[in-house]
Design a protein around this ligand. Structure first.
Ligand code: ADP
Length: 190
């Protein structure tokens, strides 16, 4: 199995590009953000716990998302691998992921990082807010908290995966097709 991590700041275009990636490489897309929003919509206990945290721009506890990931790995079959979108987002999550995958004798295949500057994050999320109406896209204050959360808690993963020689960064500025082709040229190596 292939285990790809799709990395990048909020608004980098991970969800958009994930669609093309899963299709071309026969992967199962796991978006922790989408899974959490589904729990919120269903009004589950997990959803209730996640709602306030997400709508303030904070992360949900590591154990919650780690459990969701392991569950997907165990229940999805018939694919050549998994595309993790929005996970891991903290160092403990990255370590947990390594341990979960190690149980099957495998390891993370590659991290593909879509990079855009902070100014563009705000612009893109504001555009998305008009189309998707996500509560955590609704105000500049929440978006700024998410950008801060990204820099403080998620960015250290760049060093983690660089040291593991699994970090592949691509420029997220350009058209959707241009960025997609840059991603494909990295993934074609694996
Ligand atoms: P974006 O890519 O715009 O940040 P996501 O849909 O990936 O949006 O995530 C939305 C929110 O869901 C995050 O701001 C966070 O609160 C929560 N979330 C998603 N993935 C994780 C994770 N791996 N760990 C903790 N919280 C998460």
């Amino acid at each position: 199995m292939k285990y790809y991590v799709l990395f990048g700041p909020p608004g980098a275009g991970k969800g958009t590009q994930a669609t093309a990636m899963v299709e071309k490489y026969n992967l199962h897309h796991i978006s922790t953000g989408a899974l959490l929003r589904k729990e919120i919509a269903a009004g589950s206990e997990l959803g209730k716990l996640a709602k306030d945290l997400i709508e303030k721009g904070n992360l949900v506890p590591d154990e919650v998302v780690e459990g969701m990931i392991e569950n997907e790995f165990q229940t999805v079959t018939g694919v050549d691998g998994f595309l993790l979108d929005g996970f891991p987002r903290t160092l403990p999550q990255a370590e947990a992921l390594d341990q979960i995958i190690a149980k099957t004798g495998e390891s993370v295949t590659a991290t593909v990082s879509i990079m855009i500057p902070d100014a563009m994050i705000m612009e893109r999320i504001k555009g998305r807010a008009l189309k998707e109406g996500r509560a955590d896209d609704a105000s500049e204050e929440i978006i700024n908290t998410r950008i801060e959360t990204y820099h403080n808690q998620t960015e250290p993963l760049i060093e983690y995966y660089t040291k593991a020689e699994k970090y592949h960064e691509i420029d997220g500025i350009g058209t959707i097709d241009e960025v997609r082709d840059r991603i494909f040229s990295v993934m074609d190596k694996f």
